[in-house]
Design a protein around this ligand. Sequence first.
Ligand SMILES: NC(=O)CC[C@H](N)C(=O)O
Length: 331
Amino acid sequence: MDRMSKDAQAEFETCGECAARLHHWVEQHKKYTSEGKCAEYIPALRYANQEALGVCIIGYDGEIIKGGEADIVFTMQSISKVISFMTVCMARGISYTLERTDVEPTGDPYNSIMRLELKKPARPFNPMINAGAITVASFLPGGTKEEKFAALLDTLEKLLGRRPTVNEKVYTSEKKTAHYNFALAHFLKAGGYLECEVEDAIEIYLKQCAIEVTVEDLAKIGLVLACDGFHPLTNKRLLPLEIARLTKAVMLTCGMYNASGKFAAFVGAPSKSGVSGGIMTAVPPRQHKATPFHNGCGIGVYSPAIDEAGNSAAGVKLLQHISTKWELSVF
Ligand SMILES: NC(=O)CC[C@H](N)C(=O)O
């Protein structure tokens, strides 16, 4: 018999009830946007609506629910690191990729340069921090920066069913102020961890950060990861099983930067955030058959006011609430 507590049974809801509940939770959590601030170091991001909060959940059977400002288009920023990592793993193999970036959490801010100096050889700690992501971007398959970036778009097109666009304004605005990222790239180049020139690696990396998505797009990718790379609605395998698993492990341990431990403890689902305020979450199937989305789901959240670690302030709080109520934790 399923492990079905009375509480869990009481929580059983139809999709319509879930949607109503989600809508209510979004309204309740809007107040937490005041605990964060829009990223200002990328000039174009500071004009986002600081009070926005939107969410989309897509379940295994294609059921989709949304709440709040769910139609806003925003840039992926660091969430794109998941896509580039998977693309390089698929094109070049897992061991080749892991020789160039480890999968260990750092506990440092995402743009920290410190460990590239402290450890020799200066292999980046993981692909979810900027150092690792710039290395990974340089190793995307292709002989030119255009081919490399196209390879990343190919993966996204497979996952989303459309080829996403780049927000040129965000890209050029970040490029002007990307001093940290250039510094990281020079260190990486000196240590032999870039396949292309510094300028090209930064161009690919910043362009991937400026790819435009919605919360529904993030939920779609989250769902495929939740299902170990298999798309439950089209019955197609989009990512190899071992790459989907590896990616989820890296998301869980490193995806929320130096708040990854707390996020694992209180939300407990592989997730990746970006400084524009997006969070992509993959919720694998769970034992508690009486809870909504127990067959797994993908979640996309957007709320641009971010906390000190660079994670969406209200987004994290909302995910924590949903996880507690619907038992989303993998632990
Ligand atoms: N945390 C993030 O989303 C960082 C991405 C951003 N483009 C940067 O490199 O700084």
